[in-house]
Design a protein around this ligand. Structure first.
Ligand code: HEC
Length: 187
């Protein structure tokens, strides 16, 4: 995405009622001072908010993908050779299924308590992640998220194990070997 610098002004101090945009240092590209949205920028954001189609339930947490750092050092010690499943979920799945795993009624099913996440049919679970899913009219359709993002067996294992152990889920973890065998089969 290109930067739309002309929608913002740089000022030494804020006038009353003005909002400062807290741009992280690595994105300031030499800009000093306070970055303030113009009238056009605020109108644009107001318009984008007005496009909201599905009403968010009140306890939906904000999606954590903006400016996300690559990896966290802490985490589940048994999965220490795997990528960070929480970060992969945040980037690839949370926009629809939500950070709290509860989905959105009428659009995206919950993964919290999901029979697929907690069940034994690992081939179906992996096929959904790699190739997408659209069996039910009451939900939107899920695109081929995994194929589009070129997920490796390690990525898929990390995401599945994160989902099986989050939001109160308590499913049996899977290994990279199991996942790789299924990914080779469904390719
Ligand atoms: C663009 C939105 C979108 C994204 C991104 C997305 N999904 Fe989905 N997902 C859906 C929809 C919609 C369904 C339900 C489709 C249906 O039943 O018709 C679904 C269904 C599922 C199911 C089945 C749940 C159940 O209990 O039926 C699983 C598991 C799942 N998704 C996992 C994931 C994972 C893991 C990711 C990230 C790698 C992901 N999804 C990314 C939209 C999305």
């Amino acid at each position: 995405m290109p930067s739309y610098k002309w929608l913002f002004n740089v000022k030494d101090y804020l006038d009353e009622g003005e909002i400062e945009v807290n741009v992280p240092d690595e994105f300031r590209i030499g800009i000093k001072g306070k970055i303030v949205p113009s009238r056009e920028a605020k109108d644009l954001v107001a318009y984008l908010f007005s496009l909201q189609q599905v009403k968010l339930t009140e306890d939906v947490e904000p999606v954590k993908f903006l400016y996300k750092k690559e990896k966290k050092s802490e985490g589940n010690s048994t999965d220490s050779n795997l990528p960070d499943g929480e970060a992969l979920f945040g980037t690839n799945c949370a926009t629809c299924h939500q950070t709290n795993g509860e989905g959105l009624p009428g659009a995206f099913p919950p993964l919290k308590g999901s029979p697929i996440v907690l069940g034994e049919n690992l081939e179906l679970y992996i096929t959904i992640i790699m190739k997408g899913y659209d069996p039910r009219p009451e939900y939107a359709s899920m695109p081929a998220v995994g194929e589009n993002a070129h997920f490796t067996p390690e990525d898929v294992t990390a995401i599945i194990n994160y989902e099986k152990a989050s939001w109160g889920n308590n499913g049996k973890k899977v290994t990279v070997e199991e996942v790789k065998a299924i990914m080779d089969k469904i390719k």
